[in-house]
Write a protein that binds this ligand. Structure first.
Ligand code: COA
Length: 382
């Protein structure tokens, strides 16, 4: 029986910063961003947006096409947790009026945990074949001002429905996994921005690419030319190019840039969306010009710290009838552009405190974060 991603949808934020504005304000050659990092813009949240409002919007779009009574589990993957105890998915469950007979839990391991959630969902459906599992990957990458990571910020959510006989992609059994205890990127409980060893994180990512690939090969004997397109985690899209080059060197064959090109189209404009980034890569690949029916994709998921996984997915015949490029175009194009100064004001105004406050009403999205009352985060449906 095939199990995989039956349907998916996305959301991002109200605002966007064009990296040309950042380059001008900081007196940096814009080509460092466009070519050196492979990024053009990044999504910036309004004060009344967070991982719950983005995740809920993505789920709402997805569930317009499905019967929510079949959902048995909600897995919310994020490294932008809003509470140390309560899963962000429980807020989404409430906002969407999902059935109470649902297991809801949050997954965390830097940018990797969306993949852990998907594999958990696939294993659940293998046992309970009529069940459907909702996986939400939602994150806001917020680095310190003037840090190396600042131009690679971004935000977005991808909601995915995992079922038997999927319409989009079958997740094939057996993947390559790799864990290495490395301090390349981490965010302590008392910090709203991560600590990053930038260069170490590039090396750790590339080591993990090879480690996870070798494990995949030893488990299943996959050959490099069994794979039609490669999708690598994209903290900035140049990183996918580095991984692609490293993999080609490792296996000793030439892998042309066209094998990864289409997967980067959306992330260039969203910036880093951490757990959602690889899945925005998948969305972009499915929306590309290539006819992928019956073709195998190789997906590499990396989360600093580090945990990673190389797995394969086969695109299903008829998938074209189940993709919605207009939703992505709408989300990207409706963002309101901010100046560099406005972006820095929004960045500085981030409030992670649990004292009472109300947020200004800005977002035009279906759900908003209204503020905190008696230590409880308040959400509204608009
Ligand atoms: N035109 C074209 N390219 C340019 C350029 C210009 N004017 N100026 C610089 N570049 C290139 C550099 O050559 C480099 O390319 P390379 O990596 O292929 O050699 C790239 O732009 C980045 O320049 P660099 O000086 O290394 O940038 P940086 O010191 O500001 O830091 C990161 C880059 C990735 C380390 C930093 O953005 C970061 O810490 N990011 C967050 C962590 C992260 O995402 N890690 C990834 C693994 S999870």
């Amino acid at each position: 029986m095939k199990i995989g991603i039956h349907d998916l949808d996305i959301a991002t934020t109200h605002y966007v910063l064009n990296l040309d504005s950042m380059a001008k304000a900081l007196d940096i050659d814009p080509n460092k961003y466009h070519i050196g990092l492979g990024q053009d813009e990044f999504s910036v949240p309004a004060p009344d947006e967070d991982v719950v409002t983005m995740g809920a919007e993505a789920v709402a779009r997805l569930l317009e096409r499905h019967d929510k009574s079949k959902i048995r589990m909600v897995l919310f993957a994020t490294e932008t947790g809003i509470d140390q105890s309560k899963a962000a998915g429980v807020f989404v469950h409430g906002l969407l009026g999902l059935p109470q007979s649902v297991r809801t839990v949050e997954f965390k391991q830097a940018c990797y945990s969306g993949t852990a959630a998907i594999q958990t969902a696939v294993n659940h459906v293998a046992r309970y074949t009529d069940d459907q599992v909702l996986v939400i990957a939602s994150d806001i990458a917020r680095y310190a001002a003037d840090s190396g990571g600042e131009p690679t910020q971004g935000a977005g959510a991808v909601a995915m429905l995992i079922t038997a006989n999927p319409a989009l992609v079958e997740i094939e059994p057996d993947s390559g996994v790799f864990t290495a205890d490395v301090n390349d990127f981490w965010r302590p409980n008392d910090s709203s921005t991560p600590f990053v060893e930038g260069k170490l994180s590039l090396d750790a990512y590339l080591d993990a690419t090879i480690g996870a690939w070798d494990d995949l090969v030893s488990r299943r004997g996959v050959k490099i030319d069994d794979i039609h397109r490669f999708l690598h985690h994209q903290p900035f899209t140049k990183m996918a190019r580095k991984a692609h080059t490293k993999l080609a060197e490792h296996v000793g064959v030439e892998l042309g840039p066209e094998l990864i090109e289409e997967s980067m189209a959306y992330n260039r404009r969203l910036g880093n969306s951490y757990t959602a980034s690889l899945y925005f890569g998948l969305v972009a690949q499915l929306h590309g010009n290539d006819d992928l029916a019956g073709k195998r994709l190789g997906l590499f998921s990396y989360g600093s710290g580090s945990v990673s996984e190389f797995f394969t997915a086969v695109v299903q015949p008829g998938y074209h009838d189940h993709i919605y490029p207009a939703h992505v175009a709408d989300s990207l194009d409706r963002r309101v552009e901010v100046s560099f100064d406005e972006y820095r004001e929004l960045h500085a105004a981030y409030n992670g405190a649990s004292e009472n406050y109300e947020t200004e009403e800005v977002t035009q999205a279906p759900f908003r974060f209204a503020g905190v009352t008696d230590r409880v985060r308040q959400y509204e449906t608009r």
